[in-house]
Design a protein. Structure first.
Length: 138
């Protein structure tokens, strides 16, 4: 399924964890994936700020959507192998755009980066992940 509009509708229904986090795909192509994330009070930590795990989950879901789009899903699937996140700013009640891009592909590994960006363009977090491409069996 390489039609971006069809894929967005498909992934909106399949990303159940992302829907719990209030994220939704906006755009997908072979070059990048864009997701919107709006924090809700249930995502705040006891200090009243956005819980880092909620933002990580939103960014990881966006990466999953992108990787799923670029991998031959008829014969393969991909899973996160490593993840490293850098938070630059504490957030509360902001709408965030998550932009995902492929940095590099080496054999069966994808090196993917996601950036969480405020409406003014400020990057508030970066997530580097390595994804393993594995064959489907059975």
């Amino acid at each position: 399924m390489k039609n971006p509009e069809e894929y967005i509708r498909y992934f909106e229904n399949k990303d159940r964890f992302g829907s719990l986090l209030n994220v939704k795909p906006v755009k997908v192509s072979d070059e990048e994936c864009l997701y919107e994330y709006t924090a809700v009070p249930e995502h705040y930590n006891p200090n009243g700020m956005l819980h880092g795990g909620a933002l990580y989950g939103a960014m990881d879901s966006a990466q999953g959507a992108f990787v799923h789009f670029i991998v031959d899903t008829e014969h393969h699937f991909a899973t996160t192998a490593t993840a490293s996140i850098r938070y630059r700013k504490a957030l509360k009640n902001e709408k965030v755009l998550i932009r995902v891009r492929l940095k590099e592909k080496k054999k069966k590994l994808l090196y993917v980066i996601a950036e969480a960006i405020l409406p003014g363009g400020e990057i508030v977090a970066e997530l580097d992940e390595t994804w393993m491409i594995l064959p489907k069996t059975g």
